[in-house]
Design a protein around this ligand. Sequence first.
Ligand code: SF4
Length: 387
Amino acid sequence: MEVAQGNPRRGKRVGLLAKSVENWFKIAGRELPWRQNRTPYGTLVSEAMLQQTQVARVSPAWKAFLEHFPTVDALARARQDQVLAAWKGLGYYRRARNLQAAASVIVEEYFGKIPSDRLSLEKLPGIGPYCAGAIASIAFGKREAIVDGNVARVMMRIHGRNVDGESRTGKAWLWNRARDYVTESRNPAVANEGLMELGAMVCTPISPKCGECPVRKICGAYTAGKQNQIPRPRRRAVRSLLHANAFLASVNGRSALVRRPKFGLWSSLMFPPTIESPNVISRKVLAQRLGVDAKALSARGFFTFLTTHRLVRFRLWNVDEASARNLKNAQKKSWTWHTPRAVEKLSITSAMREIYEQADAHENAKAQARKIRSKKGSMKARKSGVK
Ligand code: SF4
């Protein structure tokens, strides 16, 4: 090992770190459903779900997903809309599609057995270096390193060094430290999972709980009183602005939805018909594009939605039923019509949920305003009657 051999003091610190984290994790690690009876398939699913989603949301979803698709084979054979529906509430649906694609490769190329080596794992759809390291070490006990946000932060703090985790040199430094660490560990599965747990529960991005930390005695940042300065805050990504006009149209109680394009935002998911553009589009132009009269569109609220790379300004439009009926004929190919029950069964993204909630809130506010107006009107009439 580069560091362990080249720098005995640092090597000793890494050994101590691994030992302390392993001991701590055995006592303090949370009881999570996928930890109870570790299987390679359960680990594959949990790692896919845990990318960009919090543990509290993943726990119930993981159990339900494994009930729906108990094996790699069952997942590979399922219809994609069933997989997406089982992914409901987790967001970033591309992960679900990748997971199913990975299951298909595992069935076709590995006879349904998840490969245990990093190289084969990294070739599966949606599996990057972190995920491959996590599955190889946690599910198969391989001495493979992992670097995610939690590990990167803990490593920087332990070594008392700020590195740019996005740069090539910074990444190389972090992966070398993670390799040193797992090499010094007694049990790679426990050591890696313990390090991630330490980052999630103790060595948190803001206000790390150094007083409860099992490795504070060897922590460079803590010793130097720099735990709040390492790592440096990341520059916020600049989001591009997108205007999205969503149309709420229904005919005989069935709502219009379209399947989104294969690439881009909410790819391949069912969604209310939407016209998107970098600029605001007037109601008149929107109506022209839909092929309806401008009067057929009435505003049903607006809201702003953030995605990783976009700031989406939604404007919601009601399409009156008579025009929607004509649209039903005109847009036969792309618009499909769904009962409320069918909509409920779909994989609903948080943006879609927000569209429906905002539209309802807008209607309720309008109804309330009408009530107040009519109350005021009757009070006025009563007063003029008294005179
Ligand atoms: S002592 Fe503090 S900064 Fe260092 S690893 Fe522990 S929690 Fe993180």
